[in-house]
Design a protein around this ligand. Structure first.
Ligand SMILES: [Zn+2]
Length: 156
Protein backbone atom coordinates (compact mmCIF):
# COMPACT_ATOMS: atom_id res chain seq x y z
CA UNK A 1 0.00 0.00 0.00
CA UNK A 2 1.10 3.52 -0.72
CA UNK A 3 2.43 5.40 2.29
CA UNK A 4 0.18 7.99 3.85
CA UNK A 5 1.44 10.84 5.98
CA UNK A 6 0.60 13.39 8.60
CA UNK A 7 2.96 16.37 8.63
CA UNK A 8 3.53 18.65 11.60
CA UNK A 9 2.98 22.41 11.41
CA UNK A 10 6.61 23.11 10.41
CA UNK A 11 6.29 21.14 7.19
CA UNK A 12 3.53 22.91 5.25
CA UNK A 13 5.49 23.25 2.04
CA UNK A 14 6.55 19.63 2.07
CA UNK A 15 2.95 18.57 2.77
CA UNK A 16 1.70 20.49 -0.28
CA UNK A 17 4.34 18.85 -2.47
CA UNK A 18 3.62 15.37 -1.19
CA UNK A 19 -0.02 15.95 -2.12
CA UNK A 20 1.02 17.05 -5.60
CA UNK A 21 3.00 13.82 -5.92
CA UNK A 22 -0.15 11.95 -5.04
CA UNK A 23 0.53 11.15 -1.40
CA UNK A 24 -2.41 11.35 0.97
CA UNK A 25 -0.95 13.84 3.48
CA UNK A 26 -2.72 15.46 6.39
CA UNK A 27 -1.56 18.86 7.54
CA UNK A 28 -2.92 21.40 9.99
CA UNK A 29 -3.18 19.38 13.22
CA UNK A 30 -1.40 21.50 15.81
CA UNK A 31 -1.47 19.29 18.88
CA UNK A 32 1.25 16.65 19.15
CA UNK A 33 -0.97 14.15 20.97
CA UNK A 34 -3.60 14.57 18.28
CA UNK A 35 -0.99 14.03 15.53
CA UNK A 36 0.10 10.80 17.22
CA UNK A 37 -3.49 9.68 17.74
CA UNK A 38 -4.51 10.31 14.11
CA UNK A 39 -1.34 8.65 12.79
CA UNK A 40 -1.93 5.59 14.93
CA UNK A 41 -5.62 5.35 14.06
CA UNK A 42 -5.22 5.88 10.31
CA UNK A 43 -1.89 4.13 9.79
CA UNK A 44 -0.09 7.31 8.76
CA UNK A 45 3.62 8.02 9.01
CA UNK A 46 4.36 11.17 11.01
CA UNK A 47 6.65 13.70 9.35
CA UNK A 48 8.34 16.05 11.76
CA UNK A 49 11.49 18.00 12.49
CA UNK A 50 10.78 17.85 16.22
CA UNK A 51 12.83 15.17 17.94
CA UNK A 52 10.55 15.36 21.01
CA UNK A 53 7.49 14.47 18.98
CA UNK A 54 9.44 11.81 17.07
CA UNK A 55 10.61 10.24 20.33
CA UNK A 56 7.14 10.11 21.83
CA UNK A 57 5.60 8.68 18.67
CA UNK A 58 8.36 6.09 18.46
CA UNK A 59 7.82 4.96 22.06
CA UNK A 60 4.13 4.48 21.25
CA UNK A 61 5.02 2.36 18.23
CA UNK A 62 3.85 4.92 15.67
CA UNK A 63 6.01 5.17 12.57
CA UNK A 64 7.76 8.51 12.25
CA UNK A 65 10.24 10.09 9.87
CA UNK A 66 12.37 12.64 11.69
CA UNK A 67 13.65 15.11 9.11
CA UNK A 68 16.71 17.28 9.59
CA UNK A 69 16.68 19.61 6.63
CA UNK A 70 15.13 23.09 6.54
CA UNK A 71 14.66 23.12 2.81
CA UNK A 72 12.06 21.42 0.68
CA UNK A 73 14.80 19.95 -1.51
CA UNK A 74 16.69 18.56 1.46
CA UNK A 75 13.53 17.11 2.98
CA UNK A 76 12.63 15.38 -0.28
CA UNK A 77 16.15 13.91 -0.42
CA UNK A 78 15.72 12.55 3.09
CA UNK A 79 12.37 11.02 2.19
CA UNK A 80 13.90 9.37 -0.87
CA UNK A 81 16.51 7.79 1.37
CA UNK A 82 13.67 6.50 3.55
CA UNK A 83 12.14 4.81 0.55
CA UNK A 84 9.53 7.35 -0.54
CA UNK A 85 9.29 7.41 -4.32
CA UNK A 86 8.82 10.60 -6.30
CA UNK A 87 7.54 9.90 -9.78
CA UNK A 88 6.87 12.46 -12.47
CA UNK A 89 4.38 15.12 -11.45
CA UNK A 90 1.09 14.31 -13.16
CA UNK A 91 -2.09 16.29 -12.61
CA UNK A 92 -4.19 13.16 -12.99
CA UNK A 93 -2.36 11.52 -10.09
CA UNK A 94 -2.01 14.56 -7.84
CA UNK A 95 -4.06 15.36 -4.79
CA UNK A 96 -5.26 18.88 -4.11
CA UNK A 97 -2.39 20.87 -2.55
CA UNK A 98 -4.93 22.96 -0.62
CA UNK A 99 -7.05 20.28 1.01
CA UNK A 100 -5.60 16.83 0.18
CA UNK A 101 -8.75 15.88 -1.75
CA UNK A 102 -8.63 13.70 -4.86
CA UNK A 103 -8.41 15.55 -8.17
CA UNK A 104 -10.19 14.42 -11.32
CA UNK A 105 -10.38 15.63 -14.90
CA UNK A 106 -13.19 18.11 -15.46
CA UNK A 107 -14.83 18.44 -18.87
CA UNK A 108 -14.27 21.90 -20.28
CA UNK A 109 -18.01 22.62 -20.27
CA UNK A 110 -18.13 22.04 -16.52
CA UNK A 111 -15.76 24.89 -15.71
CA UNK A 112 -17.42 27.54 -17.88
CA UNK A 113 -18.07 30.61 -15.74
CA UNK A 114 -15.96 29.18 -12.92
CA UNK A 115 -12.60 30.25 -14.34
CA UNK A 116 -11.65 33.58 -15.95
CA UNK A 117 -12.90 33.88 -19.53
CA UNK A 118 -9.36 34.17 -20.95
CA UNK A 119 -8.37 30.96 -19.17
CA UNK A 120 -11.46 29.19 -20.49
CA UNK A 121 -10.62 30.27 -24.04
CA UNK A 122 -6.98 29.37 -23.83
CA UNK A 123 -6.90 25.94 -22.14
CA UNK A 124 -8.50 22.62 -22.99
CA UNK A 125 -7.39 20.67 -19.95
CA UNK A 126 -9.03 21.23 -16.57
CA UNK A 127 -9.01 19.41 -13.26
CA UNK A 128 -11.19 19.82 -10.22
CA UNK A 129 -10.72 18.88 -6.59
CA UNK A 130 -13.56 16.60 -5.55
CA UNK A 131 -13.44 17.89 -2.00
CA UNK A 132 -12.99 21.68 -2.13
CA UNK A 133 -13.94 22.34 -5.75
CA UNK A 134 -10.72 24.16 -6.61
CA UNK A 135 -10.17 24.14 -10.38
CA UNK A 136 -6.71 23.60 -11.84
CA UNK A 137 -5.37 24.02 -15.36
CA UNK A 138 -1.86 23.70 -16.83
CA UNK A 139 -1.12 27.43 -16.75
CA UNK A 140 1.81 29.49 -15.60
CA UNK A 141 1.67 28.13 -12.05
CA UNK A 142 1.87 24.57 -13.33
CA UNK A 143 4.92 25.46 -15.45
CA UNK A 144 6.57 26.87 -12.33
CA UNK A 145 5.76 23.70 -10.43
CA UNK A 146 7.29 21.55 -13.14
CA UNK A 147 10.54 23.47 -12.70
CA UNK A 148 10.57 22.69 -8.99
CA UNK A 149 9.58 19.09 -9.78
CA UNK A 150 12.60 18.74 -12.04
CA UNK A 151 14.86 20.06 -9.32
CA UNK A 152 13.36 17.80 -6.66
CA UNK A 153 13.64 14.65 -8.75
CA UNK A 154 17.16 15.24 -9.98
CA UNK A 155 19.22 12.31 -8.79
CA UNK A 156 21.85 13.42 -6.34
ZN1 LIG B 1 -9.16 20.64 -2.61
Amino acid sequence: MRMRFIADMMLGRLARWLRLYGYDTLYGVEDDDEIIRVASQEGRVILTRDSGLAGRAGRLGVEVFLLKSNSLEGQVEELKELGVRFGRLLPSKARCPKCNGPIRIAPKEAVRGKVPECVYERYEEFYVCERCGQIYWPGRQWTEMLKVDKKLRRES
